[in-house]
Design a protein around this ligand. Structure first.
Ligand code: UDP
Ligand code: MG
Length: 326
């Protein structure tokens, strides 16, 4: 690899055989024109078409091309994560493989990172060329993410983003978390986050891989990272506290009712109503039992998260790097 590599492009792809040659020559044209030293890391997320053959033949021809191939489809986040792990450029730019993002944005993005000192610059597809069924949920999603994260970006999910290399080496992206990379970065201490309006094209080949169910998964991930940024690996501090409070309240009410019953029996000496006749007894008892369940959920959560490995492990089929070939 070249010394002082300026740029690593990380490109996740899943069944994008038609777009790749065109995308690579466009990137190469821009980087050559602007004298930017670069590498392109194609991460094949278990494609079933000829994408890997295309990546391999690009790597045969061009020293700038590297490739990672997953054994199966792990999702865009996993693909980005593994690309990030090997990216050597000072600036790392992610871009979708489907030609919806324009390589013409590369020089300005680099400038914002290198000269203006941003840790992360997120593309904003102000004019989108996607169907309404995509743009409406996206609007809701962006509003929710802004509220929950306190990061005021218009378009969290844009695939075109630029980072300082340090940023991508400090975060782990998994599940549907690629939508929340700015949130992960902020949590890792990289707070200078900017936004740039970028061009967006309609998909030229193939079809979108993201449907509504991935938005739902994304929403659950947002809850998880919001939780994680508050409680880290200490779920017990959340569930344990709620559980203890419920248990305490439930037990106090039950005990109080028991005392009342004894008072009637021993002092008033008239046959009191059975405590089990009173509905409030069942409410209190249920509360106490649910409290114990919450506490145990927190305890188990804590055990699991403390023993969980920090890195997700993906199975690679192969990786290629031009220089390593005979
Ligand atoms: N992608 C991926 N793994 C997946 C789904 C998508 O690597 O499981 C890639 C896809 O090939 C593309 C990018 O992620 O390069 C964005 O996907 P897509 O264009 O389908 O999303 P959209 O633009 O419709 O949001
Ligand atoms: Mg797309």
């Amino acid at each position: 690899m070249q010394n002082n590599l300026q740029l690593s492009l990380v490109i996740p792809l899943f069944n994008e055989e038609e777009s790749l040659p065109e995308l690579f020559s466009w990137i190469k044209k821009v980087c050559t024109r602007e004298s930017i030293s670069f590498e392109v890391i194609f991460v094949d997320d278990g494609s079933k078409d000829k994408s890997w053959e295309v990546v391999s033949s690009l790597a045969e021809e061009h020293t700038e091309v590297r490739g990672i191939r997953f054994r199966r489809n792990y999702g865009k986040s996993a693909a980005l994560n593994e690309g990030f792990a090997i990216a050597e450029g000072d600036v790392v730019i992610t871009m979708d493989a489907d030609l919806q993002d324009s390589p013409e944005e590369i020089p300005d993005l680099i400038k914002m990172i290198v000269e203006d000192g941003y840790d992360l610059v997120s593309g904003w597809k102000k004019k989108r060329y996607d169907p309404l069924s995509k743009t409406i949920p996206t609007k809701l999603f962006n509003a929710a993410t802004r509220k929950m994260s306190g990061i005021y970006l218009h378009d969290f999910n844009c695939g075109l983003k630029a980072y300082k290399n340090d940023v991508v080496k400090s975060i782990e992206v998994y599940g549907e978390m690629h939508r929340y990379i700015p949130v992960l970065s902020k949590r890792a201490g990289f707070t200078k986050i900017g936004e740039k309006v970028v061009q967006h094209q309609a998909r030229k080949y193939g079809t979108s891989k993201f449907g509504f169910e991935r938005f739902l998964n994304g929403f659950l991930d947002l809850l998880t990272i919001t939780f994680v940024s508050k409680f880290g690996k200490r779920p017990m501090h959340f569930f344990g506290l709620i559980g203890s409070l419920m248990f305490l309240l439930g037990s106090l009410v039950t005990v109080w009712m028991g005392i009342q019953k004894l008072y009637y029996v021993f002092y008033v000496k008239e046959s009191a109503r059975l405590i089990t006749d009173q509905p409030i007894f069942y409410v209190a008892l249920t509360l106490a039992i649910i409290g114990v369940q919450f506490f145990l959920a927190g305890f188990l959560g804590e055990l699991v998260s403390r023993n969980a490995p920090d890195r997700n492990v993906y199975l690679y089929r192969e990786t290629i790097r031009a220089e390593e070939k005979p």
